[in-house]
Design a protein around this ligand. Structure first.
Ligand code: NI
Length: 180
């Protein structure tokens, strides 16, 4: 187990583009992915991108666990996406509240494409192609933004809908799930 430090908003590592992975199935890649899982689990996050632990590579991990607090969310098993590309399937957007381990304690209401197609590779270099929607699509867009140096506050349209979780009223719009 290797929990790593999560770099926070303001660190230049979070605002630069990450490098593509060129070698798959290596021990180095496996160790990096293990560190991402260990760090995400220890912090109770839903997703984590490699730049957040100071590794400027195009790797994201996420898992949507069944939650009694948000029973409307479909669970997604632990997923690793390497060199992911995201394409919107339609122009439909949905707004939902997001947080980020690099901005602890904060939340913002962020518009995202409701339905996307993901092209990526797994840890062995096998291609992944998948259409996802709703909260799943939101998580993937949030994590993939990290690889391009974009943090969710940059996507917020109404800055009154951004602040400390303890001060915000999150009711109603936590996770709109739009069909494709
Ligand atoms: Ni994040």
């Amino acid at each position: 187990m290797a929990e790593r430090r999560v770099v926070k908003w303001g660190n230049p590592l979070l605002t630069r583009g990450a490098e593509p992975v060129t070698q798959f199935g290596t021990e180095q890649l496996q160790l990096l992915v293990t560190d991402l899982w260990d760090t995400m689990s220890a912090r109770g996050g839903t997703g984590l991108a490699a730049p957040q632990i100071g590794e400027s590579y195009r790797i994201v991990v996420f898992e949507i666990k069944p939650s009694p607090r948000y029973p409307e969310l479909d669970p997604v098993p632990p997923t690793v996406l390497i060199n992911p590309e995201v394409q919107p399937v339609s122009e439909n957007m949905a707004k939902g509240w997001e947080g980020c381990l690099s901005l602890p304690g904060m939340r913002g209401l962020v518009p995202r494409y409701a339905c996307i197609e993901i092209s990526a590779h797994d840890i062995h270099g096998q291609p992944i192609k998948q259409q996802v929607h709703g909260y799943h699509a939101r998580v993937v867009q949030h994590e993939c933004d990290h690889l391009d140096g974009i943090l969710y506050p940059q996507r917020i349209q109404d800055m009154n809908m951004f602040g400390f979780e303890e001060e915000l009223s999150l009711a109603g719009t936590l996770n709109q799930v739009s069909p494709c």
